[in-house]
Design a protein around this ligand. Sequence first.
Ligand SMILES: [Zn+2]
Length: 66
Amino acid sequence: MDIYDRATEREEQDRELALKRLRPTGPDATGWCLNCGADLPAQQPGMPAPRWCDCDCRNDWERDHK
Ligand SMILES: [Zn+2]
């Protein structure tokens, strides 16, 4: 691994950390359930965008991503 590789790796780590700080609660909403891929209802005003169908899907996803 040369200096350039090391610098790139460092940059990627910094970027990941920055993203984690911006989104401390996990991944972005995509419009589909992150666990099973089902269509999700549109985001409700004042509510966070849904990322899973229900608690079961969220729990499954969290278990797989720990
Ligand atoms: Zn689901």
